[in-house]
Design a protein around this ligand. Structure first.
Ligand code: PRP
Length: 190
């Protein structure tokens, strides 16, 4: 089998750049959610980080190890079913295991593209009455946005309309294990 990195045309965000930025994000999040910070949970519980499967898994695993305060985590899995008749439609595949009532919730995404997924999650989570609800994404692909989304923590802005893979992001479920983010060579896109 070919090494997957031979299928990459160019690197957009290297392992080193991702790790350096994740360190910064972890410190920002720790600062904001520390005692006396922006956390609102009336019982003072640790913030609950929600990983949006599957793309955010790799980023989540690195990010939580760079947040040096108490945190809890949970997972949700959604899928976009958008088509010609219902563009941007998102469906729930696997729900959270914990209630959000009164919690300080931070959604962790690998990428926000059109914004439909995060819009769906924010609306659904807001209805569960968290104490606060914020969003952290590694990549903000601003050029493709179709909804208005407030992002609290952004790793990198992606201002070109490149189809990217790696560090959790896939093409046809492959390349999630590439340790950096790059653009696939055209010949490997079917
Ligand atoms: C990706 C990504 C986000 C979503 C963003 O997930 O992880 O959840 O797309 O796109 P949007 O802003 O246009 O809604 P995807 O549906 O590809 O599934 P995956 O996480 O399993 O790769």
């Amino acid at each position: 089998m070919d090494l997957i990195e031979k299928r990459i045309d160019k690197t957009l965000f290297s392992e080193q750049a991702i790790h350096a930025r994740t360190d910064e994000l972890g410190m920002m999040i720790a600062h904001d959610y520390s005692q006396g910070g922006l956390a609102c949970d009336p019982y003072g519980r640790a913030p609950l980080l929600v990983c949006v499967l599957h793309g955010a898994l790799v980023f989540m695993a690195d990010l939580i190890r760079r947040i040096p305060i108490e945190i809890e985590h949970d997972f949700i899995c959604v899928s976009s079913y958008g088509n010609g008749t219902s563009p941007g439609a998102v469906g729930l595949i696997k729900d959270l295991e914990r209630p959000l009532q009164g919690r300080d919730v931070l959604i962790v995404e690998d990428i926000i593209d059109t914004g439909h997924t995060i819009d769906y999650l924010q609306r659904g989570f807001a209805a569960r009455n968290p104490a606060s609800l914020r969003v952290c994404t590694l990549i903000d692909k601003v050029v493709r946005r179709e909804t208005s989304v407030k992002i609290d923590y952004t790793g990198f802005l992606l201002e070109e309309d490149a189809f990217i893979v790696g560090y959790g992001m896939d093409y046809a479920e492959l390349y999630r294990n590439l340790p950096y983010i790059g653009v696939l060579k055209d010949e490997h896109i079917r």
